[in-house]
Design a protein around this ligand. Structure first.
Ligand SMILES: Cc1cc2nc3c(=O)[nH]c(=O)nc-3n(C[C@H](O)[C@H](O)[C@H](O)COP(=O)(O)OP(=O)(O)OC[C@H]3O[C@@H](n4cnc5c(N)ncnc54)[C@H](O)[C@@H]3O)c2cc1C
Length: 313
């Protein structure tokens, strides 16, 4: 049976939840999951994997993309060729994956969020979810793939009866680039990831002067105000309020999206919310595909009506 080589998504000694998507992906393809892990006391259930390859190297060296080619080469020498090498679509995963594909001169598909096993086709959304690309690999050898977070974790439900653990010394490490340290985020006043109820406003808000009305609505609903990227880019709200791939990932009980179209960079940050309500004047807005409830209409009118009702209580 061929195997899928997972390059673990690790950071500061933690094993990221995104790794579950990589395990789920291997399960769907019915390939044994092997994982490459650096030194460290990671909180991970090893029974997901057929083989765990512990590298005698620090996390920082492991995350250095200049080292990954030689690491995989050594892995192939020892265990044979995998059918796929998979990374998560995190910033470090994307960086390492592209280096690796270049190193071996093999195909790469990034940000996969679906697949048809029978037709051997991988899916990915492009252009803010407007295009759904179907991609088939032509080569007979192995390929490098990156997986979008949240796409396959529900399939990480198979445990191996026997997990083999191997230690491997790293190859000579690259001296061209080294890890200097992590830069901590500035302390934030509001943590939107902890909120139970988020009201998120998008470009549809139109102008800065409208925002005060949404802050008022948030207060009345005991909710927290967050936003899509255009609102943050215009500096109408601070960066700490941004939801999405380059902002925060949130999972509130209720996510009320107002004037947000539903670009994948935004969806990736809120799709696991328990209840999604979307307000948008465009009935074709992609956000409605993810919403449990939707209102087609003007967000300001919905805001003002809600305020009126809440004040009357
Ligand atoms: C590398 C990268 C990272 C990114 N990271 C993020 C990220 O972290 N978070 C993020 O959000 N985006 C991110 N983006 C941007 C993303 O691609 C979209 O451009 C962005 O999410 C669009 O925001 P929006 O939905 O508010 O605006 P738009 O796509 O312009 O949508 C506005 C919506 O408002 C509706 N509307 C307008 N007026 C009204 C009204 N009066 N009432 C009701 N509805 C109205 C419109 O119908 C439309 O659907 C990123 C992009 C890149 C390239």
């Amino acid at each position: 049976m061929s195997y899928g080589l997972i390059v673990a998504d690790v950071r500061k000694g933690t094993f990221d939840e995104r790794n579950l998507d990589l395990i789920g992906f291997c399960n769907i393809l019915e390939v044994d999951a092997y994982i490459l892990l650096p030194k460290g006391d990671y909180d991970v259930d090893l029974s997901y994997f057929k083989r765990v390859i512990r590298l005698n190297m620090e996390e920082a060296d492991f995350l250095n993309p200049l080292n990954i080619g030689a690491i995989v080469e050594k892995t192939i020498e020892k265990f044979g060729r995998p059918s796929i090498i998979i990374f998560s679509s995190s910033s470090s995963g994307m960086e390492m994956a592209s280096y690796l594909a270049g190193y071996f001169n093999v195909p790469i598909i990034t940000d996969i969020n679906g697949l048809s096993k029978e037709e051997k086709v991988f899916f990915k959304s492009c252009y803010s979810e407007k295009v759904y690309a179907h991609l088939r690999l032509k080569n007979e050898g192995f390929s490098v793939l990156t997986i979008r977070s949240g796409s396959f974790k529900q399939h990480a439900n198979k445990k191996c009866e026997v997990t083999e653990t191997e230690e491997m010394d790293p190859p000579t490490l690259s001296e061209k680039r080294s890890f200097l340290g992590y830069v901590e985020e500035e302390k934030q006043e509001i943590d939107i990831t902890k909120a139970n109820f988020l009201i998120s406003i998008g470009r549809g808000v139109g102008k800065k002067e409208e925002i005060a009305g949404y802050e008022e609505l948030a207060t009345l609903l005991k909710a927290t105000l967050s936003a899509s990227r255009p609102v943050i880019d215009k500096q109408w709200l601070p960066k700490e309020r941004q939801v999405g791939t380059s902002g925060k990932t949130v999972k509130p009980k209720v996510y009320l999206a107002m004037g947000i179209s539903g670009a994948f960079q935004h969806i990736a940050g809120m799709k696991d919310s328990e209840c999604i309500i979307a307000v948008n004047k465009d009935p074709e807005a992609p956000i409605f595909q993810y919403a449990h409830y939707g209102i087609i209409g003007d967000m300001h009118k919905v805001r003002d009506k809600l305020k009126e009702l809440l004040k009357g209580l």
